[in-house]
Design a protein around this ligand. Sequence first.
Ligand SMILES: Nc1ncnc2c1ncn2[C@@H]1O[C@H](COP(=O)(O)OP(=O)(O)O)[C@@H](O)[C@H]1O
Ligand SMILES: CC(C)(COP(=O)(O)O)[C@@H](O)C(=O)NCCC(=O)O
Ligand SMILES: [K+]
Length: 270
Amino acid sequence: MIVVIDIGNTNIVLGVYQGEQLLHHFRINTNRQATPDEYGVMVHNLFQMSNIVIDHIQGIIISSVVPPIMNTLEEMCRKYLHHTPMIVGPGIRTGLNLRYENPREVGADRIVNAVAAVAKYGGPVIVVDFGTATTFDCIDSKGDYLGGAIVPGIGISTEALYQRASKLPNIELEKPKKVIGRNTVHAMQSGIIYGYAGQVDGIVKRIHAEMGVIGKVVATGGLAELISSETETVDEVNPMLTLEGLRLIYERNVITTPIDKTFGTPKASK
Ligand SMILES: Nc1ncnc2c1ncn2[C@@H]1O[C@H](COP(=O)(O)OP(=O)(O)O)[C@@H](O)[C@H]1O
Ligand SMILES: CC(C)(COP(=O)(O)O)[C@@H](O)C(=O)NCCC(=O)O
Ligand SMILES: [K+]
């Protein structure tokens, strides 16, 4: 059993895999103030409620786009899950050729998404991840990571409207019945949902033109389903894409020791 952890700016998502099968997944708030002990309590309780036995964990992998939380979670893993986690970063084999000007600049979550997309769908492929920021990642037919686009995410854009315009309320992100909103809430919902759907189609069409080939388009992240159903270009929604990529990277990098005769399972390095 391995544990995969995706630290985003809004949420930390944890997955528990047995082989290729995702047994459990949990979403908790990214709290920049929480201590390793506080995260430890949370993870311990979640695992206990799902009857996950900590002694059965063979290894852990983390990708993070929030540097201060990385250390906190690393310590939590060592203290409460009894493993030093593998970290997605320099020195880790991804199988991707990163054609970013400075490969160290690419967000780890974008690399992880790209790895999963190439493995599952093959290149050319475009990943759209609706997180705190919406990211577009392009991978060509050779499996080269070309780069992409970064857009303010749906959550933070909606919050900005509410915080910066006195008469605009905080709204529930749901699809309005009509594009022409006849009250403030419906007008805002229309603008956000159809605006983002149009933005995705606009960027994807330009990417296809620049790549000179039509790649498959896969969407992931918290709000992927809501927006993708209104787009023309998104072919598939895969909510677990990032967790899947973490599992693949873990398997490509883990140093397994020979079969442990006592337990009959290969042991990951500690
Ligand atoms: N299952 C969900 N349903 C609806 N909204 C969600 C869900 N998960 C996340 N969100 C919202 O989507 C936004 C981005 O979340 P997430 O994908 O976790 O971002 P990040 O990876 O940047 O932490 C947040 O505003 C969050 O509130
Ligand atoms: C673009 C991001 C903020 C997205 O993060 P998220 O929405 O998943 O929290 C993150 O991938 C990041 O910090 N990237 C570094 C810049 C880059 O990828 O070029
Ligand atoms: K994300």
